[in-house]
Design a protein. Structure first.
Length: 437
């Protein structure tokens, strides 16, 4: 089986090393040896150390490499939307199988890739696009096809999980924890894609598409990052027996009219320390899947890095190579359900709201009345002297409210009106609460 490798950075170099080091085992598993036909890179002169590959295999002509008749499988680890989309559509339409780790492209325009695969008759595999080496997508794509998945909740970004874990463990603020993550190599020089939730949102779209047999794109995912999470929020979570995680949540169920739909969102949330995801620390990933017959399943491991991602890539290479040798292809995209995606306002969640209020009689009654007007039930209230308030006044008090489950639109409207009350000095923080009773 002849392979074209697009990209030879952190992941690509590990793919080459694993192909070399495990060549005999891979050949035995597939029934034929794997051979690199060419490696497309941006710069030919870059130092790649002692990479075990013939230098003559490197080329800057990715499209020319893809079009070669002797290429069976195209592996793409470049990332980004273009030119990767054009390359992969070309390969798939030509009947070649494609293995990609490109979460951004799959979330942005996975439909184009799946359509091209159906047209050309090749396989499209992308296990490495979500959660690195954790075997997650194939169980959703194949193992659970006899079941009905109802909810997927996950920690799918290692950078943000490291930051939030550090804030929980040390009491540090966001900026301090981000600086540590950068120094240790967990955060990029520009961490925007991670800390603003773009990376997790792309992965959430892929997970929802597979779990619910519906095409879900990045634009369908409600996204919030962690930049507004403060040390005070983390301390408040601890006081409730919770921790804060950036969660991707995809759920299937009836909407307000009784019609079945899906909701997909990414945002920071408090979860109880008893929840299986609460103990996932450092830069690890974990995904919690709930299905009607199988019940609760959890997938855990390293979600990023060259070697873990390369492991997932080669797992896909073995699968598509076996198919080509057998003259078959895997099951095509399963999007038969074609469920509508519910707006964030219809998502059912709980809020943790911290208010700085005037400390005088009737305040709690007025605040509670605001929640009642929006049909939002209050679960708990904690009141105490203010830590100083925005203006440092001595007549302030802190009011911490946790709601029962309600539509996000009703909760958000309540918060907006609270900001306009004279008795509310400030809304110090608002966080969703997930995973509790």
């Amino acid at each position: 089986m002849r392979l074209a490798l697009l990209g030879c950075g952190t992941v690509g170099t590990e793919v080459v090393r694993l192909l070399h080091d495990q060549s005999a085992d891979l050949a035995a598993r597939i029934g034929a040896p794997l051979e690199i036909a060419g490696i497309a890179v941006r710069r030919l002169g870059r130092d790649r150390g002692d990479l075990p590959v013939d230098p003559s295999l490197f080329t800057t002509d990715a499209l020319g490499l893809i079009k070669r008749d002797d290429v069976d499988v195209v592996i793409e680890v470049v990332g980004g939307i273009e030119p990767a989309r054009g390359w992969l559509v070309e390969a798939l339409r030509a009947g070649k199988s494609v293995v990609t780790a490109n979460k951004a492209l799959l979330a942005e325009d996975g439909a184009a890739l799946h359509d091209a695969a159906a047209e050309g008759g090749g396989d499209l595999y992308y296990e490495a696009s979500v959660a690195g080496a954790i075997p997650l997508l194939r169980p959703l794509r194949e193992s659970l096809h006899g079941d009905r998945v109802t909810r997927v909740t996950g920690i799918v970004n290692g950078t943000t999980n490291f930051i939030l874990s550090a804030m929980h463990a040390t009491g540090a603020g966001f900026a301090e924890a981000l600086e540590e993550a950068t120094e240790l190599g967990y955060a990029e020089a520009d961490p925007t894609a991670d800390v603003e939730g773009f990376d997790a949102a792309a992965k959430a779209a892929i997970l929802a598409s597979l779990a619910f047999h519906t095409r879900v794109g990045a634009a369908d995912v409600h996204r919030e990052g962690i930049t507004e999470v403060t040390a005070a929020d983390v301390a408040s979570a601890k006081a409730m027996g919770c921790t804060i995680k950036l969660l991707c949540i995809a759920a299937r169920g009836a909407d307000a009219t009784g019609r079945e739909a899906v909701s997909v969102r990414v945002h920071p949330a408090m979860i109880p320390l008893t929840h299986p995801l609460a103990s996932v620390g450092d830069a690890f990933n974990a995904v919690f899947v709930e299905a009607e017959a199988a019940g609760q399943l959890m997938f855990y491991g390293r979600g990023a890095g060259g070697a873990p991602t390369a492991s997932a890539v080669l797992g896909d290479v073995v699968a598509v190579s076996r198919n080509r040798l057998a003259g078959v292809r895997s099951a095509s995209e399963s999007a038969y359900a074609d469920l509508p995606v519910r707006p964030m306002g219809e998502a059912l969640t709980r809020y943790h709201i911290s208010l700085d209020v005037t400390d005088r009689p009737g305040v709690l009654e007025a605040v509670a009345g605001m929640f009642a007007r929006h049909d939002v039930s209050i679960a708990t209230v904690r009141q105490g002297p203010s830590g100083g308030g925005a203006a440092g006044r001595g007549d302030d008090a802190d009011l911490v409210i946790v709601t029962h489950v309600a539509p996000d639109a009703a909760l958000a409207a309540t918060v907006r009106e609270l900001r306009g009350l004279d008795i509310v000095r400030s809304v110090a923080s608002v966080l969703r609460v997930e995973g509790g009773p």
